[in-house]
Design a protein around this ligand. Sequence first.
Ligand SMILES: NC(=O)c1ccc[n+]([C@@H]2O[C@H](COP(=O)([O-])OP(=O)(O)OC[C@H]3O[C@@H](n4cnc5c(N)ncnc54)[C@H](OP(=O)(O)O)[C@@H]3O)[C@@H](O)[C@H]2O)c1
Length: 317
Amino acid sequence: MQAVVIEGGRLRWRERPDPVPGPDEIVVRVAAAGLNGADIMQAAGHYPPPPGVPADQPGLELAGVVEQVGGAVRSFVPGDAVMALMAGAAQAELAVVHAGHALAVPQGMTMQEAGGFPEAYCTAHDALFTQARLGMGERVLVTGAAGGVGTAAVQLAVAAGASVVASARDEGGHAALAALGAEPAAPAQALAMGPFDVVLELVGAPGLPGALGSLARWGRVVLIGASAGARCEIDVSVMMQRRAALRASTLRNRTLEEKAGVVQALGHHVLSLVSRGRVKVAVDATYPFDEPQDAYDHFSRGGKFGKVVLVAQGGRA
Ligand SMILES: NC(=O)c1ccc[n+]([C@@H]2O[C@H](COP(=O)([O-])OP(=O)(O)OC[C@H]3O[C@@H](n4cnc5c(N)ncnc54)[C@H](OP(=O)(O)O)[C@@H]3O)[C@@H](O)[C@H]2O)c1
Protein backbone atom coordinates (compact mmCIF):
# COMPACT_ATOMS: atom_id res chain seq x y z
CA MET A 1 0.00 0.00 0.00
CA GLN A 2 0.96 3.67 -0.15
CA ALA A 3 0.97 6.09 2.75
CA VAL A 4 1.77 9.69 3.66
CA VAL A 5 5.31 9.62 5.04
CA ILE A 6 7.42 12.34 6.67
CA GLU A 7 10.81 12.66 4.95
CA GLY A 8 13.07 15.42 6.25
CA GLY A 9 10.10 17.51 7.40
CA ARG A 10 8.29 17.18 4.02
CA LEU A 11 5.24 15.04 3.31
CA ARG A 12 5.50 12.37 0.60
CA TRP A 13 3.32 9.54 -0.77
CA ARG A 14 5.40 6.38 -0.40
CA GLU A 15 5.18 2.57 -0.46
CA ARG A 16 4.72 0.89 2.97
CA PRO A 17 3.88 -2.72 3.98
CA ASP A 18 0.17 -3.57 4.20
CA PRO A 19 -1.01 -3.58 7.84
CA VAL A 20 -2.14 -6.82 9.48
CA PRO A 21 -4.96 -6.69 12.08
CA GLY A 22 -4.63 -8.04 15.63
CA PRO A 23 -7.61 -9.85 17.21
CA ASP A 24 -9.36 -6.60 18.30
CA GLU A 25 -8.52 -4.62 15.17
CA ILE A 26 -9.95 -3.95 11.72
CA VAL A 27 -8.21 -2.98 8.48
CA VAL A 28 -9.85 -0.01 6.75
CA ARG A 29 -9.39 1.01 3.11
CA VAL A 30 -9.16 4.75 3.71
CA ALA A 31 -11.37 7.09 1.67
CA ALA A 32 -10.61 10.29 3.59
CA ALA A 33 -8.35 11.40 6.44
CA GLY A 34 -8.42 14.79 8.18
CA LEU A 35 -5.36 16.85 9.10
CA ASN A 36 -4.73 18.12 12.61
CA GLY A 37 -2.25 20.42 14.31
CA ALA A 38 -0.52 17.37 15.77
CA ASP A 39 0.35 16.19 12.22
CA ILE A 40 2.00 19.52 11.47
CA MET A 41 3.98 19.30 14.73
CA GLN A 42 4.91 15.66 14.06
CA ALA A 43 6.16 16.55 10.57
CA ALA A 44 8.29 19.30 12.13
CA GLY A 45 9.75 16.77 14.62
CA HIS A 46 8.04 18.31 17.67
CA TYR A 47 5.39 15.72 18.55
CA PRO A 48 6.59 12.10 18.61
CA PRO A 49 3.66 9.65 18.55
CA PRO A 50 2.96 7.20 21.39
CA PRO A 51 4.91 3.88 21.50
CA GLY A 52 3.95 1.41 18.77
CA VAL A 53 2.96 4.10 16.25
CA PRO A 54 5.36 4.77 13.32
CA ALA A 55 7.08 8.12 13.91
CA ASP A 56 7.09 8.98 10.19
CA GLN A 57 3.42 8.27 9.43
CA PRO A 58 1.00 11.02 10.49
CA GLY A 59 -2.79 10.99 10.71
CA LEU A 60 -5.15 10.92 13.69
CA GLU A 61 -8.50 10.30 11.99
CA LEU A 62 -9.94 8.54 8.95
CA ALA A 63 -13.03 7.26 7.22
CA GLY A 64 -13.28 4.34 4.82
CA VAL A 65 -14.56 0.82 4.25
CA VAL A 66 -13.69 -2.18 6.42
CA GLU A 67 -11.58 -4.67 4.46
CA GLN A 68 -10.61 -7.23 7.13
CA VAL A 69 -11.60 -7.88 10.74
CA GLY A 70 -9.58 -9.48 13.55
CA GLY A 71 -10.76 -12.72 15.13
CA ALA A 72 -12.35 -11.10 18.20
CA VAL A 73 -14.19 -8.28 16.41
CA ARG A 74 -17.99 -8.57 16.50
CA SER A 75 -18.97 -4.91 15.86
CA PHE A 76 -18.02 -4.66 12.16
CA VAL A 77 -17.89 -6.82 9.03
CA PRO A 78 -16.03 -6.27 5.74
CA GLY A 79 -17.85 -3.69 3.63
CA ASP A 80 -19.01 -1.51 6.56
CA ALA A 81 -18.38 2.23 6.21
CA VAL A 82 -16.57 3.44 9.33
CA MET A 83 -14.73 6.43 10.74
CA ALA A 84 -12.09 6.11 13.43
CA LEU A 85 -9.80 7.83 15.89
CA MET A 86 -6.12 6.89 15.46
CA ALA A 87 -2.85 7.51 17.33
CA GLY A 88 -1.09 7.91 13.95
CA ALA A 89 -0.72 6.44 10.43
CA ALA A 90 -4.30 7.30 9.37
CA GLN A 91 -3.19 9.02 6.14
CA ALA A 92 -2.64 5.89 4.07
CA GLU A 93 -4.44 3.61 1.62
CA LEU A 94 -4.90 1.03 4.39
CA ALA A 95 -4.94 1.54 8.15
CA VAL A 96 -5.25 -0.81 11.10
CA VAL A 97 -7.77 0.46 13.64
CA HIS A 98 -8.78 -0.67 17.12
CA ALA A 99 -12.43 -1.72 16.65
CA GLY A 100 -13.48 0.20 19.77
CA HIS A 101 -12.15 3.41 18.22
CA ALA A 102 -14.39 3.14 15.14
CA LEU A 103 -17.98 4.27 14.55
CA ALA A 104 -20.35 3.49 11.68
CA VAL A 105 -20.64 6.40 9.23
CA PRO A 106 -24.23 7.61 9.63
CA GLN A 107 -26.73 8.19 6.81
CA GLY A 108 -26.22 11.44 4.96
CA MET A 109 -22.58 11.95 6.00
CA THR A 110 -20.04 12.03 3.16
CA MET A 111 -16.69 10.26 3.47
CA GLN A 112 -14.96 13.66 3.35
CA GLU A 113 -16.97 14.82 6.34
CA ALA A 114 -16.47 11.51 8.13
CA GLY A 115 -12.69 11.69 7.58
CA GLY A 116 -12.60 15.01 9.43
CA PHE A 117 -14.95 14.00 12.22
CA PRO A 118 -13.31 11.66 14.79
CA GLU A 119 -10.41 13.71 16.21
CA ALA A 120 -12.14 17.11 16.16
CA TYR A 121 -15.47 15.87 17.50
CA CYS A 122 -13.98 13.50 20.11
CA THR A 123 -11.88 16.39 21.40
CA ALA A 124 -14.75 18.89 21.46
CA HIS A 125 -17.30 16.47 22.94
CA ASP A 126 -14.94 15.18 25.62
CA ALA A 127 -13.88 18.72 26.62
CA LEU A 128 -17.36 20.26 26.73
CA PHE A 129 -19.48 17.44 28.11
CA THR A 130 -17.18 14.97 29.94
CA GLN A 131 -14.70 17.45 31.37
CA ALA A 132 -16.66 20.72 31.68
CA ARG A 133 -20.05 19.03 32.20
CA LEU A 134 -21.78 21.61 30.03
CA GLY A 135 -25.46 21.86 30.89
CA MET A 136 -28.58 23.08 29.03
CA GLY A 137 -28.87 26.84 28.77
CA GLU A 138 -25.32 27.55 29.97
CA ARG A 139 -23.20 30.24 28.37
CA VAL A 140 -20.08 29.07 26.56
CA LEU A 141 -17.07 30.77 25.01
CA VAL A 142 -15.10 28.85 22.37
CA THR A 143 -11.77 30.47 21.41
CA GLY A 144 -10.06 29.62 18.11
CA ALA A 145 -13.61 28.82 17.03
CA ALA A 146 -13.06 28.76 13.24
CA GLY A 147 -10.77 25.70 13.33
CA GLY A 148 -11.63 22.01 13.21
CA VAL A 149 -12.22 21.57 16.95
CA GLY A 150 -13.80 25.02 17.28
CA THR A 151 -16.44 24.50 14.57
CA ALA A 152 -17.22 21.11 16.17
CA ALA A 153 -17.48 22.59 19.67
CA VAL A 154 -19.72 25.45 18.55
CA GLN A 155 -22.16 23.04 16.87
CA LEU A 156 -22.20 20.58 19.78
CA ALA A 157 -22.78 23.33 22.35
CA VAL A 158 -25.55 24.92 20.24
CA ALA A 159 -27.17 21.49 19.75
CA ALA A 160 -27.09 21.00 23.55
CA GLY A 161 -29.03 24.23 24.08
CA ALA A 162 -26.13 26.40 25.25
CA SER A 163 -25.71 30.05 24.23
CA VAL A 164 -22.37 30.21 22.48
CA VAL A 165 -19.88 33.00 21.85
CA ALA A 166 -17.35 32.03 19.14
CA SER A 167 -14.11 33.96 19.18
CA ALA A 168 -12.08 34.03 15.95
CA ARG A 169 -9.34 36.46 14.96
CA ASP A 170 -10.10 36.18 11.24
CA GLU A 171 -13.34 38.09 10.74
CA GLY A 172 -13.81 36.26 7.42
CA GLY A 173 -15.16 33.33 9.44
CA HIS A 174 -17.62 35.32 11.55
CA ALA A 175 -20.63 34.98 9.23
CA ALA A 176 -20.15 31.22 9.02
CA LEU A 177 -19.89 30.96 12.83
CA ALA A 178 -23.14 32.93 13.13
CA ALA A 179 -24.73 30.48 10.66
CA LEU A 180 -23.75 27.67 13.06
CA GLY A 181 -25.77 29.38 15.77
CA ALA A 182 -23.03 31.23 17.68
CA GLU A 183 -22.45 34.93 18.43
CA PRO A 184 -19.12 35.58 16.65
CA ALA A 185 -16.63 37.99 18.18
CA ALA A 186 -13.06 39.19 17.81
CA PRO A 187 -10.86 37.77 20.61
CA ALA A 188 -10.52 41.18 22.28
CA GLN A 189 -14.31 41.63 22.45
CA ALA A 190 -15.37 38.07 23.30
CA LEU A 191 -14.30 38.11 26.96
CA ALA A 192 -16.63 41.02 27.70
CA MET A 193 -19.59 38.96 26.43
CA GLY A 194 -19.60 36.75 29.56
CA PRO A 195 -19.94 35.78 32.27
CA PHE A 196 -19.39 32.28 30.92
CA ASP A 197 -20.19 28.97 32.58
CA VAL A 198 -17.67 27.22 30.33
CA VAL A 199 -14.70 28.47 28.32
CA LEU A 200 -13.13 26.06 25.82
CA GLU A 201 -9.63 27.48 25.36
CA LEU A 202 -8.25 26.25 22.02
CA VAL A 203 -5.62 28.94 21.44
CA GLY A 204 -3.28 28.60 24.41
CA ALA A 205 -2.08 29.58 27.85
CA PRO A 206 -1.92 33.35 27.13
CA GLY A 207 -5.74 33.24 26.96
CA LEU A 208 -6.14 31.69 30.42
CA PRO A 209 -6.06 34.81 32.66
CA GLY A 210 -8.79 36.42 30.54
CA ALA A 211 -10.78 33.19 30.34
CA LEU A 212 -10.72 32.74 34.12
CA GLY A 213 -11.67 36.38 34.65
CA SER A 214 -14.67 35.98 32.34
CA LEU A 215 -16.18 33.07 34.27
CA ALA A 216 -19.47 33.02 36.14
CA ARG A 217 -19.53 31.45 39.63
CA TRP A 218 -18.68 27.74 39.44
CA GLY A 219 -17.40 28.29 35.91
CA ARG A 220 -15.06 25.84 34.18
CA VAL A 221 -12.19 26.42 31.75
CA VAL A 222 -10.89 23.50 29.68
CA LEU A 223 -7.61 24.10 27.86
CA ILE A 224 -7.04 21.87 24.84
CA GLY A 225 -4.68 23.78 22.54
CA ALA A 226 -1.45 25.64 23.24
CA SER A 227 -0.42 26.91 19.79
CA ALA A 228 -0.10 30.48 21.15
CA GLY A 229 2.03 29.34 24.10
CA ALA A 230 2.14 27.00 27.10
CA ARG A 231 2.97 29.44 29.88
CA CYS A 232 1.18 32.28 31.63
CA GLU A 233 0.74 33.81 35.07
CA ILE A 234 -2.59 33.23 36.83
CA ASP A 235 -4.02 35.18 39.78
CA VAL A 236 -5.59 32.36 41.78
CA SER A 237 -7.75 34.80 43.74
CA VAL A 238 -9.69 35.31 40.47
CA MET A 239 -10.36 31.56 40.46
CA MET A 240 -11.20 31.46 44.16
CA GLN A 241 -13.73 34.30 43.90
CA ARG A 242 -15.52 32.44 41.11
CA ARG A 243 -15.09 28.95 42.62
CA ALA A 244 -13.57 28.19 39.23
CA ALA A 245 -12.18 24.93 37.83
CA LEU A 246 -9.38 24.68 35.31
CA ARG A 247 -8.74 21.49 33.36
CA ALA A 248 -6.32 20.62 30.54
CA SER A 249 -5.88 17.42 28.56
CA THR A 250 -4.63 15.62 25.48
CA LEU A 251 -6.45 12.83 23.67
CA ARG A 252 -3.68 11.08 21.74
CA ASN A 253 -1.76 9.68 24.71
CA ARG A 254 -4.74 8.21 26.54
CA THR A 255 -5.01 4.42 26.94
CA LEU A 256 -6.88 2.29 24.39
CA GLU A 257 -9.73 1.87 26.89
CA GLU A 258 -9.97 5.60 27.65
CA LYS A 259 -10.05 6.44 23.95
CA ALA A 260 -12.71 3.80 23.31
CA GLY A 261 -14.80 5.47 26.04
CA VAL A 262 -14.42 8.88 24.35
CA VAL A 263 -15.32 7.48 20.90
CA GLN A 264 -18.32 5.51 22.12
CA ALA A 265 -19.67 8.50 24.12
CA LEU A 266 -19.40 10.59 20.94
CA GLY A 267 -21.20 7.91 18.96
CA HIS A 268 -23.98 7.62 21.54
CA HIS A 269 -24.66 11.35 21.87
CA VAL A 270 -23.75 12.86 18.50
CA LEU A 271 -24.30 10.45 15.57
CA SER A 272 -28.07 10.95 15.62
CA LEU A 273 -27.48 14.73 15.45
CA VAL A 274 -25.30 14.14 12.37
CA SER A 275 -27.90 12.00 10.63
CA ARG A 276 -30.60 14.61 11.37
CA GLY A 277 -28.38 17.34 9.87
CA ARG A 278 -28.07 19.23 13.19
CA VAL A 279 -24.29 18.76 13.18
CA LYS A 280 -22.17 18.80 10.00
CA VAL A 281 -18.39 18.70 9.70
CA ALA A 282 -17.12 21.97 8.20
CA VAL A 283 -14.72 20.96 5.40
CA ASP A 284 -12.61 23.90 4.23
CA ALA A 285 -10.64 22.05 1.54
CA THR A 286 -9.82 18.58 0.23
CA TYR A 287 -6.59 17.38 -1.42
CA PRO A 288 -5.70 14.06 -3.06
CA PHE A 289 -3.64 11.72 -0.90
CA ASP A 290 -0.71 11.85 -3.28
CA GLU A 291 -0.35 15.64 -2.80
CA PRO A 292 0.01 15.73 0.98
CA GLN A 293 2.43 18.66 1.12
CA ASP A 294 -0.16 20.97 -0.49
CA ALA A 295 -2.71 19.96 2.15
CA TYR A 296 -0.24 20.54 4.98
CA ASP A 297 0.74 23.93 3.53
CA HIS A 298 -2.93 24.92 3.35
CA PHE A 299 -3.46 23.90 6.98
CA SER A 300 -0.34 25.75 8.15
CA ARG A 301 -1.26 29.02 6.39
CA GLY A 302 -4.22 29.53 8.77
CA GLY A 303 -7.36 31.43 7.90
CA LYS A 304 -9.35 28.25 7.16
CA PHE A 305 -12.86 27.43 8.34
CA GLY A 306 -13.04 23.89 9.68
CA LYS A 307 -11.09 20.94 8.36
CA VAL A 308 -8.55 20.14 5.65
CA VAL A 309 -9.07 16.55 4.46
CA LEU A 310 -6.98 14.23 2.29
CA VAL A 311 -9.13 12.08 -0.04
CA ALA A 312 -8.49 8.92 -2.05
CA GLN A 313 -9.07 9.21 -5.76
CA GLY A 314 -11.94 7.18 -7.16
CA GLY A 315 -13.16 6.04 -3.73
CA ARG A 316 -16.62 6.47 -2.22
CA ALA A 317 -17.36 10.25 -1.83
N1 LIG B 1 -5.50 18.31 23.55
C1 LIG B 1 -5.95 17.57 22.56
O1 LIG B 1 -6.24 16.39 22.70
C2 LIG B 1 -6.14 18.21 21.21
C3 LIG B 1 -6.87 17.55 20.22
C4 LIG B 1 -7.06 18.21 18.99
C5 LIG B 1 -6.51 19.46 18.80
N2 LIG B 1 -5.77 20.02 19.80
C6 LIG B 1 -5.19 21.38 19.64
O2 LIG B 1 -6.27 22.28 19.78
C7 LIG B 1 -6.07 23.42 18.94
C8 LIG B 1 -7.26 23.55 17.99
O3 LIG B 1 -7.28 22.42 17.14
P1 LIG B 1 -7.93 22.54 15.69
O4 LIG B 1 -7.89 21.20 15.08
O5 LIG B 1 -9.20 23.28 15.77
O6 LIG B 1 -6.84 23.47 14.97
P2 LIG B 1 -7.06 24.44 13.73
O7 LIG B 1 -8.08 23.84 12.83
O8 LIG B 1 -5.72 24.77 13.25
O9 LIG B 1 -7.73 25.75 14.37
C9 LIG B 1 -7.04 26.58 15.24
C10 LIG B 1 -7.78 27.90 15.28
O10 LIG B 1 -7.17 28.71 16.29
C11 LIG B 1 -6.84 29.96 15.72
N3 LIG B 1 -5.61 30.49 16.31
C12 LIG B 1 -4.39 29.92 16.29
N4 LIG B 1 -3.51 30.70 16.96
C13 LIG B 1 -4.20 31.78 17.37
C14 LIG B 1 -3.85 32.94 18.11
N5 LIG B 1 -2.59 33.14 18.55
N6 LIG B 1 -4.82 33.84 18.38
C15 LIG B 1 -6.09 33.65 17.95
N7 LIG B 1 -6.49 32.56 17.24
C16 LIG B 1 -5.55 31.64 16.97
C17 LIG B 1 -6.64 29.71 14.25
O11 LIG B 1 -6.84 30.91 13.55
P3 LIG B 1 -6.06 31.21 12.18
O12 LIG B 1 -6.69 30.33 11.16
O13 LIG B 1 -6.32 32.67 11.98
O14 LIG B 1 -4.62 30.87 12.42
C18 LIG B 1 -7.69 28.64 13.96
O15 LIG B 1 -8.95 29.19 13.65
C19 LIG B 1 -4.74 23.18 18.21
O16 LIG B 1 -3.71 23.82 18.95
C20 LIG B 1 -4.58 21.67 18.29
O17 LIG B 1 -3.22 21.28 18.22
C21 LIG B 1 -5.57 19.43 20.99
